[in-house]
Design a protein around this ligand. Structure first.
Ligand SMILES: Nc1ncnc2c1ncn2[C@@H]1O[C@H](COP(=O)(O)OP(=O)(O)OP(=O)(O)O)[C@@H](O)[C@H]1O
Length: 244
């Protein structure tokens, strides 16, 4: 089986302070992987490295021929500027920009695709709403519609179901399951352990370093969870870059 993603002794950080340490592992194409860990464990940092927003301090990320621009990435909700003056339709349409170009015109077929994506997330009728007027759940549905249009082999979701209502998360999990059935590779940072156990066959438990990586049931043991919490609590925020 081909690896869609390989991490080799990867260290990522900010201002030379490492946040993810010497992480190695491989994600087989078509895997549905949860990335779990306490606050500050390095989940978002890892994702920023994978999507090319943060350059590794050391080690490598191999995307098996994909360019970071080919990855569909959902950042944490807090990182999205809701005051940006754009309506729902235009934001969803941005999912097509890899194909149309940033200023390319959108044809009839593209309009149909945008409408389908809006319908798939239950947002038909919201086309002309300014994004700043949406609820948290509607915002997340809109961002999933944009991901749908990106039609990417690798999908990276940073806390996609945080602070949204149960109906919205159930609908969005269904979409994730659908992508999984289509053979896409999906990585999602999550805090809801029950949701991970029910929906994600494979898990990486992270606490700046890898605690465990493999079949979800074997990874999310009480011992491993405790170990992860202790490792995060013991971490020195001001530690300098180690001699890799
Ligand atoms: N832009 C930044 N500049 C400096 N340090 C940062 C920056 N972003 C994150 N960090 C630090 O890197 C470490 C890992 O943070 P990260 O956001 O990756 O963790 P996380 O597992 O996603 O946490 P959470 O579950 O709280 O979202 C933390 O100590 C954090 O303070």
């Amino acid at each position: 089986m081909t690896a869609q993603l390989q991490l080799r002794d990867l260290t990522l950080g900010y201002d030379r302070h490492p946040a993810v340490h010497h992480l190695s592992g491989s994600v087989t194409s078509g895997t549905l992987l949860a990335v779990v860990g306490p606050n500050g464990a390095g989940k978002s940092t890892l994702f920023k490295g994978i999507v090319g927003a943060l350059k590794p301090l050391s080690g490598q990320i191999d995307l098996n021929g994909l360019s970071p621009r080919d990855i569909a990435y959902l950042p944490q909700a807090a990182e999205i500027d809701r005051t940006f003056p754009i309506n729902v339709y235009d934001l969803v349409a941005m999912g097509l920009w890899r194909r149309t170009g940033l200023f390319g015109s959108i044809g009839k077929a593209d309009h149909a695709k945008i409408e389908q994506a809006m319908a798939a997330v239950g947002l038909t009728g919201f086309e002309s709403r300014a994004i700043g007027t949406l609820s948290g759940g509607q915002m997340q549905r809109m961002l999933f519609a944009r991901l749908l249009l990106q039609d990417a082999r690798l999908v990276v979701l940073d806390e996609p179901f945080n602070a949204i209502d149960a109906k919205t998360s159930a609908d969005l999990i269904e979409l994730v399951q659908h992508w999984h059935k289509e053979g896409r590779t999906i990585l999602a940072a999550l805090h809801d352990i029950d949701l991970v156990r029910t929906n994600f066959p494979e898990t990486l438990l992270l606490a700046r370093e890898k605690v465990a990586w493999g079949e979800t049931g074997a990874v999310l043991t009480a011992d491993n969870m405790l170990k992860a919490r202790r490792m995060c609590e013991a971490f020195d925020e001001q530690a300098p870059a180690c001699a890799a």
